[in-house]
Design a protein around this ligand. Structure first.
Ligand SMILES: CC(C)(COP(=O)(O)OP(=O)(O)OC[C@H]1O[C@@H](n2cnc3c(N)ncnc32)[C@H](O)[C@@H]1OP(=O)(O)O)[C@@H](O)C(=O)NCCC(=O)NCCS
Length: 173
């Protein structure tokens, strides 16, 4: 286990999470601002492998979010070390999250992201944590702003207009 909140457990993704990951990433509603939905469980297995490699190489990555009450994987949340530049930033920590629609609207994104930020500042000793979202993704932009992130500009990622966010440790802790 990496983190525990009142209602959630955040832990590393495991091979056995593939079916739940597929349920999430094959859903067009989830992927509305994120790209093409995956089509096979095999693709989800490959994604899990890629993230597991990031844990090994970078010491961090997106984590499975487990709802304590049901024991189910309900999404992922975590800090990814950017290895390819995004908006000109590289080797910086990027906060990300995504959840299965059945679990939206319960405050889980906020709960998971808040715990993740604490971990980033306290355990990974980040000075600044970054995030970005499709400019049209109201929910995500709202959550980032509510968490204290500062919107420092817009940029294009693969032709999509995105908002860029930064949160400095002194603003958070
Ligand atoms: C965006 C997403 C993570 C929100 O998850 P969630 O668990 O429903 O969010 P929460 O319940 O923690 O909501 C936190 C706040 O955001 C608001 N919010 C959430 N989704 C919203 C939306 N679509 N539009 C406006 N506000 C929204 C909530 O009302 C809540 O506000 P409050 O705290 O003032 O009451 C979820 O919809 C999702 O997984 N979407 C698909 C993947 C995605 O877009 N990920 C982000 C990529 S940058």
């Amino acid at each position: 286990m990496i983190l525990e909140t009142e209602r959630l457990i955040l832990r590393k993704l495991e091979d056995t999470d593939a079916e739940r990951m597929f349920l999430m990433d094959s859903d067009p509603e989830v992927m509305k601002y994120l790209g093409t939905p995956v089509k096979t469980v095999e693709e989800s297995k490959e994604i899990i492998k890629m993230i597991q490699k990031q844990y090994e190489e970078n010491g961090t990555g997106r984590w499975a979010v487990i709802e304590k009450e049901s024991g189910l994987l309900i999404g992922w949340c975590g800090l990814k070390l950017l290895k390819e530049p995004i908006n000109g930033y590289v080797e910086t920590l990027d906060l990300g999250y995504r959840f299965i629609p059945e679990f939206w609207g319960k405050g889980y994104a906020w709960e998971a992201a808040n715990a993740t930020l604490k971990y980033g500042f306290n355990e990974l000793n980040a000075e600044t944590i970054y995030a970005f979202a499709d400019a049209g993704n109201k929910g995500s932009n709202y959550i980032l702003t509510k968490m204290g992130f500062e919107n420092t500009g817009e940029f294009e990622d693969s032709g999509v207009k995105c908002s860029w966010y930064e949160l400095k440790r002194e603003k958070y802790i």
